[in-house]
Design a protein. Structure first.
Length: 185
């Protein structure tokens, strides 16, 4: 699955966070919490393993802090839905060197394509061709869009700040090579 969050820096109220590190932790944690909570409704036996590039913060173990926070929030959010509250849904979260992790390399390419489309600053023909190909695979004419929360294979969450206007339309993903539809059991 590829899930990402897109937001304008101006949408984040810096005065509500003591540092940029806290901003990163909060938004990354919100993404994980929302996605895991949604997809966990299918059954309490699910466990999630997250692999990420090292987060751009000063704290080397930031990913572990995010994991602990997310698990505590999930226990609170889903307590009534789960029999085993001692086993965390977010089984583990690891920072991995993307140079050695093919899955993260693929995610880096997809994230780069999404961000390039949102920033609208790509001019090189090979990059434009890649953006067009990824969009075509999704059944879109470009990558400047977000998706509904239930979309599980390719998901873009556009985080809006308070009072910030929507700048893109939400589109359904129509994969050229469809995957089975995910439905909570």
């Amino acid at each position: 699955m590829f899930h990402c969050i897109v937001f304008r820096r101006a949408a984040v109220k810096a005065e509500l966070h003591s540092s940029r590190d806290i901003q990163i932790r909060k938004h990354f944690g919100m993404l994980l919490r929302k996605k895991i909570a949604y997809f966990s409704k299918a059954g309490a036996d699910r466990r999630y393993r997250v692999r990420v590039d090292p987060l751009p913060t000063r704290y080397a173990r930031e990913h572990e802090a995010v994991g602990n926070i997310v698990n505590a929030q999930l226990r609170k959010d889903l307590g009534d839905l789960r029999d085993d509250l001692d086993t965390p849904l977010l089984h583990d979260i690891r920072a991995c060197d993307s140079a050695r992790t093919v899955g993260i390399q693929v995610s880096d390419v997809l994230l780069g394509a999404v961000l390039a489309a949102w920033q609208q600053q790509v001019s090189s023909a090979p990059k434009l061709k890649l953006l067009a190909h990824v969009a075509w695979q999704l059944g879109w004419n470009d990558l400047r869009s977000d998706t509904k929360p239930h979309v599980w294979k390719f998901n873009v969450w556009h985080f809006l700040g308070a009072g910030e206007p929507r700048e893109v339309d939400t589109r359904p993903v129509k994969l050229r090579y469809p995957m089975p539809v995910w439905r909570p059991r």
